[in-house]
Design a protein around this ligand. Structure first.
Ligand code: ZN
Length: 161
């Protein structure tokens, strides 16, 4: 698999040199979303490279590390708004907070220092993440923050108020 990806990269370099882009995203936007491989962030939003930061983790939840990235995004790279996108049928709905923590603890011999972020209600999870952005003292821009659920079946976004 790695060899195939390297071959793809060599073909990419032959085919198209990457356009020179400003390091600052042109839409002044940061998107936080899930790592789910079915969610094509660029295609589903009509985004082009260079327009937004895209931060992805399991669930697209706001963690300390997400706040770290957003702080850099806003304070050094000029983004002023945040778009949160969680989705239906997320892997974090397949585990429980305590159950997966215990599984890791049994495998590793120590309790994981991080929260799993498991959730049942995807809209409630979006609201929790919205609250974390809006209340973070490390961020410069906390007003232009909106949250959405991506519907895996049809690709549609619905806003969570
Ligand atoms: Zn997910």
């Amino acid at each position: 698999m790695f060899e195939q990806l390297l071959a793809n990269n060599a073909a990419y370099v032959e085919r198209e040199a990457p356009a020179p882009l400003d390091v600052r995203p042109s839409l002044e936007l940061a998107i936080v979303t899930c790592m789910d491989s079915r969610l094509d962030v660029f295609a589903s939003l009509g985004l082009a490279h260079g327009q937004a930061h895209v931060l992805r983790n399991a669930g697209g939840i706001i963690t300390d590390d997400t706040i770290r990235s957003l702080a850099l995004s806003q304070r050094r790279l000029g983004t002023t708004s945040v778009m949160l996108i969680h989705h239906e049928d997320c892997g974090l709905q397949l585990v429980s907070e305590e159950g997966f923590s215990r599984e890791l603890e049994e495998a590793a011999g120590e309790r994981p220092p991080f929260a799993i972020g498991a959730f049942v209600d995807v809209e409630a999870s979006v609201r929790t993440s919205l609250g974390r952005v809006r209340s973070s003292p490390f961020l410069l821009h906390r007003d232009a923050v909106r949250g959405y659920v991506y519907e895996i079946a049809n690709g549609r976004l619905r806003e969570v108020g």
